[in-house]
Design a protein around this ligand. Structure first.
Ligand SMILES: *[C@@H]1O[C@H](CO)[C@@H](O)[C@H](O)[C@H]1NC(C)=O
Ligand SMILES: *[C@@H]1O[C@H](CO)[C@@H](O)[C@H](O)[C@H]1NC(C)=O
Ligand SMILES: *[C@@H]1O[C@H](CO)[C@@H](O)[C@H](O)[C@H]1NC(C)=O
Ligand SMILES: *[C@@H]1O[C@H](CO)[C@@H](O)[C@H](O)[C@H]1NC(C)=O
Length: 336
C-alpha cells in the first residue's frame, strides 16, 4: 500500500517556535551531575543547523585525526535524537517504515511525534564533545564475556554509563558495575527504570512510539499488543527517542547497508561516538562457539546468531574502530 504522505526531503517538519518550557527547566535542573543535558538554553539554535564538518575534539584527541576511513563515515551533523524540530527525509522515513513492514503514513508519524512531545522533553539536548569538556562513556553490552571479568568498578568510574535492553546490574555488580545513567531499549526489551536514568528509546516502528506514550500515561487509547509492559516506572523528563534518520545513517555510513538494519548494540556504539569524548566498550561479542550469549541468562535458542543484523560485519567495524583508537574495546573473558 502506498504511503501518500511522504514528505518533501527539503521540508523538515514545521513546528512551533522553541520556548523554554518547563521541561527544559526541569531538564536543566536534572542536568547537574548528569552529563548529557545542556544547562544552557542557547541549545535551541541547534535546529537551524547547517551541515558542517567539524572535527570533534575532546579528551585530548580529535576523532578524525589523519583518518579518511573514519571521516568518510562519521557525520557530526547527524542529530541522534528526535526533537520538536527534527528532520526526517522521505528516503529515511520509507527505509524505517519497511524495517518491520509497517504501513503508517508520514502524517501519522508526525502526529505521534507531536503527541510524544506533549509528554516528554521536546528538546532533548545532548552535549557534543568539545575540547574543554571531556566526557567519558562506558557502553555496556550484554555479552557473556562480561562474566567473571571483574569490570564493575572500571565501568562505574565513567561519567556516562549506557546499558542496553534489560541487562541487569543487580547480582552482577562485580562484573558490570552498579551505576546506569542511560539505558537504551525498545518495547520488547524494556524494563523499569529509576528516577535518575535516561531512557533512550530506539523505535523500530510507529507502535514503539505509541507504546512509549502509553506506558508513561496509562491512558493512551492505542491497541494493546502482545505481552509488552503496559506501565513503566521511570522519569519522563529523561526520555529521549532516537531519530530514525540516525539508524539509517548508521546502516549506510557505518555498515555499507549490509544486513537489513543495524543491531541495537551497534547503533548504541555509534551513538556514543557522537555524544562522548571517550568511548569504552564492554560486553560486546560472541562466546567462543560464536553464540551471542548473555552474561545474565542461558541462551535458549541454539541457532540464534544475529538474526537480521549484519553481526560479523558490525564486529569487524568495531574492531577497526578499536585499532584506530576511536574506542577502547574491553574484551572480557574469552574462555567461557
Ligand atoms: C597526524 O599527522 C600529523 C602530521 O603528519 C602527525 O604529526 C601526527 O602524529 C599524526 N597523528 C596520528 C594520530 O597519527
Ligand atoms: C551529514 O548529515 C547531514 C544531516 O543529516 C546531512 O544533511 C548531510 O548530507 C550528511 N553528510 C553526508 C556526507 O552524508
Ligand atoms: C555501587 O558499588 C559501590 C562499590 O563498588 C558502592 O560503594 C555503592 O554504594 C554502590 N551503589 C549503589 C547505588 O548500589
Ligand atoms: C553454541 O554454538 C555451538 C556451535 O554452533 C552449538 O553446538 C551450541 O549448542 C551453542 N550453544 C548454545 C548454548 O546455544
Amino acid at each position: 500500500m502506498p504511503c501518500p504522505q511522504i514528505p518533501n526531503p527539503e521540508d523538515p517538519m514545521a513546528g512551533k517556535k522553541p520556548t523554554v518550557s518547563l521541561f527544559v527547566i526541569l531538564m536543566c535542573v536534572t542536568a547537574i551531575g548528569v552529563f548529557l543535558m545542556e544547562t544552557d538554553s542557547k541549545v535551541q539554535l541547534k535546529s537551524t543547523f547547517q551541515p558542517t564538518y567539524v572535527d570533534p575534539c575532546s579528551c585530548g584527541k580529535c576523532l578524525s585525526e589523519n583518518d579518511t576511513w573514519f571521516m568518510k563515515r562519521f557525520n557530526e551533523s547527524e542529530d541522534p535524537f528526535l526533537s520538536e524540530h527534527f528532520s526526517l527525509s522521505a528516503a529515511a522515513f520509507s527505509w524505517w517504515r519497511l524495517l518491520q513492514g509497517e504501513r503508517c503514513s508520514f502524517l501519522k508519524f508526525k502526529n505521534t511525534v507531536n503527541a510524544l512531545f506533549q509528554i516528554f522533553p521536546p528538546n532533548p539536548h545532548v552535549l557534543e564533545p568539545r575540547p574543554e569538556r571531556c566526557r567519558t562513556c562506558a557502553v555496556v553490552g550484554n555479552s557473556i564475556n562480561l562474566k567473571g571479568s571483574g569490570y564493575g568498578r572500571l565501568i562505574d568510574h565513567h561519567d556516562v554509563i549506557i546499558r542496553i535492553n534489560y541487562g541487569p546490574t543487580k547480582g552482577f555488580e562485580a562484573d558490570v558495575g552498579n551505576r546506569t545513567t542511560h539505558r537504551v531499549m525498545y518495547p520488547e526489551s524494556s524494563m523499569d527504570l529509576d528516577d535518575t536514568t535516561h531512557l533512550i528509546l530506539f523505535p523500530f516502528k510507529l507502535r514503539d512510539l505509541e507504546w512509549l506514550i502509553r506506558v508513561f500515561t496509562a491512558r493512551f487509547p492505542g491497541k494493546k499488543y502482545g505481552s509488552l509492559k503496559s506501565v513503566m516506572t521511570g522519569n519522563k523528563d529523561l526520555v529521549m527517542v532516537l531519530n530514525p534518520t540516525f539508524m539509517k545513517y548508521v546502516h549506510e555510513s557505518w555498515l555499507d547497508m549490509k544486513g537489513k538494519y543495524p543491531s541495537t548494540g551497534f547503533i548504541t556504539l555509534i551513538l556514543a561516538l557522537h555524544i562522548c569524548g571517550e568511548v569504552d566498550v564492554f560486553g560486546y561479542g560472541a562466546d567462543k562457539d560464536g553464540n551471542w550469549s548473555h552474561y545474565f541468562e542461558k541462551l535458549t535458542s541454539k541457532t540464534l546468531k544475529t538474526g537480521v543484523h549484519p553481526g560479523l560485519h558490525e564486529y569487524e567495524v568495531i574492531g577497526k574502530l578499536a585499532r584506530k583508537r576511536k574506542i577502547t574495546f574491553f574484551s572480557g573473558r574469552h574462555n567461557l
